[in-house]
Design a protein. Structure first.
Length: 284
């Protein structure tokens, strides 16, 4: 039976695949930090897939992960990679910039969102950053455009944010949840208190930002068709081709619903995809 590997699966695992993520959020997901390599033997997989993972790794770590993908693939095996599309974001930025400068008020809101896509996840210093703040706006000034950009995964995030805001009323259950959260956070609060005494406010803030920046949420780099294809070739792959969310050389790709839903909707339309093959006759 073919062995298919889904790295950094998040909440989108598949029972027929080997699913690995730093936080196991579903049944059968293997908890593992990919910066320590892939915990599988050489030439053990027919397919390796990861989406919205590579951009979260520092450039040397991204190179190391692709080397690991090459190692665990069988000769002739397929690697499929999805990353935010820097080229598309830049084209949208230039388009909305020109429209905003021409005085189109609707374009100004789109411009604000595209700037967040371009910069926010690379510079943010707290979880969610400017994107979460933007999505909390009520009403959202350009909701159709934002939903078009963030896709189904983003719709889920937006719904969760709105549900959280709706629950903020003072109720007994809400107060109890806040107390329990406070109790769970006591060890972290104690560490912050000790750090504040030992380091001072400025150094404590630097430590908090540094810890957040290393937690895996921020984007460490961005890719386009040229840079990602070059990276894949340098890792030893050939037959490098751009793909859309629904197309793949992986057999029965559409049945796994990792990049598209059963009705064909794209889960993350801000990504682009590339596939590459480990050459036949190649060792790990």
């Amino acid at each position: 039976m073919p062995a298919y590997l889904n790295l950094g699966c998040g909440g989108r695992s598949h029972p027929g695949w080997i699913n690995i993520d730093i936080a196991a959020r579903g049944p059968g997901v293997i908890r593992h930090d990919l910066s320590r390599g892939i915990p599988l033997r050489d030439a053990s997989c027919d397919v390796v897939y990861h989406a919205a993972v590579l951009e979260h790794l520092r450039r040397p770590d991204a190179v190391a992960l692709l080397a690991e993908c090459f190692r665990v693939l069988k000769p002739g095996g397929v690697l499929r990679v999805g990353v935010p599309d820097l080229e598309q974001i830049c084209r949208l930025y230039l388009s909305r910039l020109a429209s905003a400068l021409a005085g189109e008020s609707a374009a100004a809101a789109d411009y604000d969102w595209v700037m967040l896509e371009l910069c926010d996840q690379a510079v943010r210093e707290k979880s969610g950053g400017g994107m979460a703040e933007y999505l909390r706006r009520s009403p959202l000034p350009n909701e159709p455009f934002v939903l078009e950009r963030i896709g189904e995964e983003g719709r889920e995030l937006l719904a969760a944010l709105r549900a959280r805001e709706a629950r903020r009323g003072v109720t007994f259950a809400g107060a109890l949840r806040r107390v329990l959260r406070g109790l769970r956070s006591l060890p972290a609060a104690a560490r912050r208190l000790v750090a504040g005494v030992l380091l001072g406010a400025r150094d404590r803030r630097a430590l908090e930002i540094g810890r957040f920046r290393l937690c895996g949420e921020v984007h460490q780099w961005m890719y386009d068709r040229f840079s990602l294809a070059r990276l894949l070739r340098e890792a030893g792959f050939h037959e490098v081709l751009a793909r859309d969310a629904a197309a793949s050389r992986i057999p029965d790709w559409g049945s796994y619903h990792l990049d598209t839903l059963p009705d064909g909707r794209v889960i993350k339309p801000d990504l682009f995809f590339m596939e590459a093959v480990k050459p036949e006759g190649t060792e790990a």
